[in-house]
Design a protein around this ligand. Sequence first.
Ligand code: ADP
Ligand code: MG
Length: 472
Amino acid sequence: MRSIEHIYINGKFVVPHGEDRLDLINPATEERIGDVRLGNENDVRAAVAAAKRALPALAGSTKAERIDMLHSLRDAIAANPDELIQTMTEEYGAPSYFTAFSVQNTASVFDVMAETVAEYEFDRVVGKSAVRMLPRGVLAAITPWNSNFGFIATKLAHAIGSGSPLVIKPAEQSALQTEVLAKRLYQAGLPAGVLNIVNGTGPVVGAALTSDPDVATISFTGSTQAAKIIQRAAIDGMKRVILELGGKAPTIIMPDAELDKAIPVALMSGFANSGQACVAGTRILAPRSRMAEISERLKVEAEKLKVGAPRDAEVRIGPMASRAQWERIQMYIRLGIEEGATLLTGGTGRPAGLDRGWFARPTIFVDVHSNMRIAREEIFGPVLCLIAYDDEDEAVEIANNSEYGLQAYVLGADQKRAVQIAERLLVGRVVVNGAPHDPRAPFGGFKQSGIGREIGAFGLDGLLEPRAILTA
Ligand code: ADP
Ligand code: MG
């Protein structure tokens, strides 16, 4: 049982002004494992003031100084990944394949940004003017619970890379993870005020941050619904918003796909992070001529995926992160049945043998039409829709017929043809034939999936503005 009593402001761990507390629950056991004391508006004011004081020095730092800070952060994470992995397992419940990836990725985010800073042209000559890319000012970031370490690291890397001091409000349900990470980040020895972390809820701490007059830019990762509230709050302060939001990614299985390869990739794209991923491939589009074969293979392979406690190395799907998440999944499975879709596998309730913990049954619906809510809305759990198409044009049309445009997957034996399909999709990223994660690829979406991009030069561009000096 651990009580999180501190937030991190101006280089110190301090007790927040807020007095409300939130219980922290292990989702695999439903046991209370701790609680967190939440910050309030006064904590946000103090954190933003500290960030504002740190701005001149950080904005004036050299490339070499930023790269040094980024390397120190990487080293602080990479030195001892075990504690991070343990805490993520306990508080979030992700399977071990995902926690290992996540912690490794958390360190590598800083390395990738160090490379970006080395290459980025902060000083340019445009026309006859000397142009310098300057940080817009204090950066506020708000992050979700489905990859707490990775999102905090990404926001911090962009803050340092661009020279913008950061105030971050991580998801309140992830306070144990935030604390172990914060202690690591502290070891990197950043100047006071460059990083500030305030625990708290969205409507209190999140809202105070997004309306603070001294915040210049807001970088948000989370739901499209919360993003709209945040964007409205940003108007008066003329803040720029960078939003990485929901998705309903299509996985197009091409007519020539080799199913031995394609089916496992389609399933793990859909069920990645136990389905709690904005990039999850939740609409599997299959050629009608091969529908019987593909649905049979999906059913057989899905039923082989082990669901269970995250410490078991064989487990591919862990618990949902919270009771609220589990109930949301149940609601969508019931809705799919009411809408007239057919369960190929899965359904409501817990998987056999798991009577405690927020475990959902990996579910695939067939007889799904693109206008059903289960095919349009982000479910954020292990629930997939299998949709038939007649030809490639129709596959592209269904894939693009979504309010979202974050990610897509294409699977086909003829790689060139698969890339041609990828080029017709309006999404931020297309993964062809199970390509491995590329930590240097820009990330973000079109349409309701967001505004702006993170990672690399695209990520820095969003936090910088050019100043031109014209001389006679
Ligand atoms: P979920 O509902 O699944 O937790 P959210 O998008 O609501 O997803 O949460 C992502 C992050 O946004 C969390 O840190 C949450 O506290 C924060 N958040 C939620 N609502 C608001 C809001 N109105 N203003 C600012 N931040 C918010
Ligand atoms: Mg919410």
